[in-house]
Design a protein around this ligand. Structure first.
Ligand SMILES: CC(C)(COP(=O)(O)OP(=O)(O)OC[C@H]1O[C@@H](n2cnc3c(N)ncnc32)[C@H](O)[C@@H]1OP(=O)(O)O)[C@@H](O)C(=O)NCCC(=O)NCCS
Length: 170
């Protein structure tokens, strides 16, 4: 279901990313040439295809892997959404990062406040809301949205607990 992006697949990745808009990403229209250039520079070295019946349905790119808090970018093509692939991908990357990298203590992700599907994916996968950034996310039209940050900590991954942040400490 998950297959590592191969350096020779730059064209396929460019087709995938530039093939449809990503309204919840800054720069919602991806430029093909940018993808090809970045692929040649190794930007997608830790990127995995999400396959559905052998078809390229999405990608997940892991980054900041050397940090105690790696992050990821997840995109499922519109025709494959709502079938559980997003949750499967987040569970897979969470198991992989905690299972294979002993220095990883937390995994973090940020999304736009109105990205209800992604927020549900975070919650379903044991991630907890830690941050709320007001007017932090400008869209293509210049409108500024709030953004929200979720994370899972190693302890919760290991035990199944849900550790809630100590918000009311003032
Ligand atoms: C966000 C995204 C990765 C989710 O992937 P997906 O494969 O559609 O997700 P899943 O099918 O695993 O789960 C989606 C969940 O959100 C829920 N959901 C979907 N749209 C929703 C909405 N508008 N309001 C509330 N819940 C919604 C679904 O019901 C499902 O929850 P459930 O299992 O409890 O029923 C995918 O929609 C996507 O790639 N979007 C565009 C790119 C993007 O926003 N990436 C994240 C950037 S941080």
């Amino acid at each position: 279901m998950f297959r590592r992006f191969d350096a020779g697949e730059g064209e396929a990745l460019a087709d995938f990313l530039a093939g449809e808009p990503w309204p919840f990403h800054t720069g919602s229209q991806v430029d093909r040439a940018d993808v090809l250039e970045r692929a040649a520079q190794g930007f997608y070295d830790e990127t995995y295809w999400i396959l559905a019946d052998g078809e390229r349905a999405g990608i997940v790119r892991l980054f900041d892997l050397e940090d105690a808090t790696p992050m990821f970018d997840l995109r499922i093509s519109e025709s494959h959404r709502g079938k559980g692939l997003g949750q499967a991908a987040v569970r897979w990357l969470t198991d992989r990062l905690f299972g294979e990298f002993a220095h990883v203590e937390r995994i973090e992700g940020t999304t736009r406040q109105d990205n209800a599907a992604m927020r549900q994916v975070f919650r379903r996968c044991g991630y907890v809301k830690e941050a709320h950034y007001r007017k932090a996310w400008p869209d293509a039209a210049g409108h500024r949205h709030d953004s929200v940050g979720y994370a899972i900590i190693r302890h919760d991954w290991q035990t199944g607990d849900t550790t809630v942040p100590d918000f009311h400490d003032e």
